[in-house]
Design a protein around this ligand. Structure first.
Ligand SMILES: Nc1ncnc2c1ncn2[C@@H]1O[C@H](COP(=O)(O)OP(=O)(O)OP(=O)(O)O)[C@@H](O)[C@H]1O
Ligand SMILES: [Mg+2]
Length: 246
């Protein structure tokens, strides 16, 4: 079982888009995938049209969470929306507050991948996610603040590892929302290539209107428009993750 967080302290960089499409891509390849929504924005529930049932917010408080098979081999645990804030507050008073998620999911077996869609920012839920996972994918949007956002993300990861002794490996840095028409995309991508010669995914996620549209129709990109550039990019990313070179 591979436990992977899609994480960045910076907002709007394509974490949810990547989580959903990578999770579906892996499940289309026959993998059993659990998509864990760790963001109170509850975007995953919205996209898959899931009711407010027992969620991650309940799991953190020692209760059970629903795991809904939304597509063949793709299972979702919703975040609980703003309830997740309350659970975060609740667990913040505990002694082992960083490890609550890991303890809650200790018995999780029978799946190939757990993909955690994180919220942006530094918060206790993300710290719990980092203690739970073994690997992270860090999406980076092609804009001016992305490099400083990246620095902050790695600081958070480092801090959690140092504090808990847990090891988290960088599966890859993922360039997202790449617009071939802009110089800033080329520049930021060039900087990433220098900073992460080995860790930068070969796949680039281009800016693609179909990726923006698909959630509104409750579909992943593979359902909404399989012939789109967005689908091609996420097929390539899925293949790169499956190749297991990372
Ligand atoms: N490659 C892309 N091309 C075009 N639009 C994209 C792409 N990736 C994401 N978007 C759009 O950008 C917005 C932000 O994407 P997304 O929600 O995936 O980011 P996020 O990192 O999860 O944001 P948050 O920090 O709020 O959780 C959404 O409207 C999404 O549809
Ligand atoms: Mg998101």
């Amino acid at each position: 079982m591979k436990k992977v967080a899609i994480i960045s302290t910076k907002g709007g960089v394509g974490k949810t888009t990547t989580s959903i499409n990578l999770a579906h891509g892996l499940s289309l390849n026959g993998k059993r995938v659990i998509l864990l929504d760790c963001d109170p924005q509850n975007n995953v529930a919205e996209i898959f049209d899931l009711e407010n049932g027992e969620a991650l917010s309940d799991l953190l408080l020692g209760k059970k969470a629903n795991m809904t098979e939304v597509r063949r081999n793709l299972f979702v645990i919703t975040s609980g929306g703003r309830q997740l804030f309350e659970s975060e507050w609740e667990i913040s008073r505990r002694k082992e507050r960083d490890k609550v998620l890991s303890f809650a999911l200790e018995d999780l077996t029978n799946c190939d991948y757990v993909i955690c869609d994180c919220s942006s920012g530094m918060n206790l839920i993300n710290i719990n996610v980092l203690y739970f996972v073994e690997q992270v994918i860090v999406p980076v949007g092609m804009d001016y603040f992305s490099i400083s956002g990246l620095k902050q993300t790695f600081e958070l990861i480092k801090e959690v590892c140092q504090r808990t002794g847990h090891q988290v490996r960088l599966m890859g840095v993922l360039a997202t929302q790449y617009d071939v028409r802009t110089r800033i995309s080329r520049e930021i991508y060039g900087v990433l290539g220098k900073l992460f010669p080995k860790e930068l995914f070969k796949t680039i996620i281009h800016s693609n209107i179909r990726l923006r549209e698909s959630p509104a129709y409750g579909m992943t990109i593979f359902e909404y428009d399989i012939s789109s550039a967005g689908a091609r990019d996420y097929i390539n990313l899925t293949a790169e993750v499956l190749a297991g070179e990372r």
